[in-house]
Design a protein around this ligand. Structure first.
Ligand SMILES: *Cc1c(COP(=O)(O)O)cnc(C)c1O
Length: 443
């Protein structure tokens, strides 16, 4: 397993993260346990802000909270000077409860409900990223009733889609998100938005994909958005002060993956903005980006205790851990790959190839196919790296398995930031109607 951030193997042959021995974390907090390397999260935040400062452009780096949204993480993003993207009332509530400054919160989503819009307006958040015409009209109406003027971006699809090493130039008409530039709906949306008395149109938003390893997709999107900005300026006399280029910056999950350094993505973006936006408006637009995975992904490690195993001669050996698709659904959802090591015997030589299974009643509940480890025994501590993004935030209670605790580790101290769910939590929202509440008495 590649050792990210402050992860290292200590004198006891144990995996250590943030100065904390993971075997001690297992004893203190139990497993499964999400461990977040706080210093690495802060480092990633700073890589973004420093790269943008070097560009000389005005900017905001908004952490896409959906990757890992808990109050402590919102605090951390706020301390590092980031803005915050939310997509639901639940994420917004989390951010507000954490004291995140409302004016640095951006509200995303393709189906914001009237209640969510009300809540966000009452909180006076910084910006709505408007996805469609129904939302645009609803936002105008609610803002008018509340006598507020609201800053908005319009989400557009620039006709570029990027996944890891491929970027595809598409008609992009077939997306649930945003206004299409190619078919003219984005132009109509700008015209409509600019005429709404309670909406202040700051600019455009484009998000081309996720886990992107190259800069070409961003450069292409910037070129298309700039061309569109020029068209809109000429046709409607509307100029944009903000261009939001979304997130999607890749990270290294497993050997062989070679994402760029954060500064390389940022420099490619700012250079392309300088090139393509020159002369459209008196000033270059402010650039916003929205990294999620690349802020928290490689800072997370999940610790599991090994339980049973099943060795099928000449086929494979399954090793089961005390979590699985409930705490990490990504392998089941996307066939995502992960690396692992035996955290309590990290120096021992590789002896067998095993597959790591979860404990759910579901054959698809596999975390890793074929990982090389020392001989694995019941009670061993297994660490799976790069689980900081889209793990806790996608966790479920399937099989009524309790969601794990989350700890932030730094300078030898493990700090609980999310408590492990209790069995009482599991039935907390259950209601048994009176008519089926008659106890059967066995005599
Ligand atoms: C998911 C998402 C992001 C974050 O994507 P990452 O791949 O985690 O960086 C940013 N912006 C929008 C609009 C998104 O939907």
């Amino acid at each position: 397993m590649f050792l990210h951030g402050t992860s290292r193997i200590n004198d006891r042959g144990h995996l250590e993260i943030g100065g904390c021995d993971t075997v001690d974390l297992q004893a203190q907090f139990g497993t499964p346990l999400y461990v977040v390397d706080e210093q690495l999260v802060r480092q990633r935040c700073r890589e973004y802000t420093e790269a943008f400062k070097a560009s000389g452009l005005k900017f905001q780096v908004a952490y896409a909270s959906k990757a890992f949204c808990v109050m402590a993480m919102c605090r951390l993003a706020e301390e590092e000077g980031l803005s915050l993207d939310v997509v639901s009332d639940g994420e917004l509530y989390t951010a507000l409860q954490a004291g995140f400054p409302a004016d640095r919160i951006h509200f995303h989503g393709n189906n914001k409900t009237p209640d969510e819009i009300e809540m966000a307006l009452d909180a006076r958040i910084g910006c709505f990223v408007v996805d469609n015409e129904i939302e645009l009209r609803m936002l105008q109406a609610i803002a008018a009733r509340k006598e507020q003027r609201v800053k908005i971006l319009l989400r557009v699809t620039p006709g570029v889609e990027a996944h890891t090493h491929e970027y595809i130039s598409t008609g992009q008409t077939d997306s649930k998100f945003g206004f299409d530039i190619g078919n003219g709906s984005a132009y109509e949306a700008v015209k409509l938005a600019a005429s709404q008395p309670n909406l202040e149109l700051l600019g455009l938003h484009s998000h081309i994909g996720s886990q992107i390893f190259e800069v070409e997709g961003f450069q292409m999107a910037i070129q298309r958005v700039a061309e569109f900005s020029r068209t809109v300026k000429e046709g409607l006399s509307v100029t944009f002060s903000v261009i939001n280029l979304g997130g999607g910056f890749g990270i290294r999950y497993v050997e062989g993956e070679t994402p760029l350094h954060v500064s390389q993505y940022v420099q490619a973006i700012t250079d392309a903005v300088k090139l393509h936006f020159e002369g459209i408006a008196p000033e270059l637009p402010e650039i916003w980006v929205e990294p999620g995975r690349s802020i928290v992904g490689d800072a997370g490690t999940t610790l599991y205790t090994v339980g049973t195993s099943k060795d099928i001669p000449d086929v494979r050996k399954y090793v089961a851990v005390d979590g699985g698709m409930t705490d990490n659904p990504r392998p089941a959802l996307y066939e995502s790959k992960y690396e692992a090591l035996l955290a309590n015997r990290a120096n021992e030589p590789v002896e067998e190839t095993v597959s790591i299974a979860g404990k759910c009643c579901e054959s698809g509940d596999m975390l890793i196919w074929d990982v090389e480890l020392p001989k694995v025994d019941s009670g061993d501590l297994l660490a799976v790296s790069c689980t900081g993004a889209y793990n806790y935030s996608m966790a479920s209670n399937y099989n009524r398995i309790r969601k794990p605790a989350v700890v932030f580790v730094k300078d030898g101290v493990g700090q609980l930031v999310v408590r492990r769910e209790s069995l009482e939590d599991i039935v907390r929202h259950d209601v048994v109607p009176e008519r089926i509440n008659k106890q059967t008495v066995l005599s």
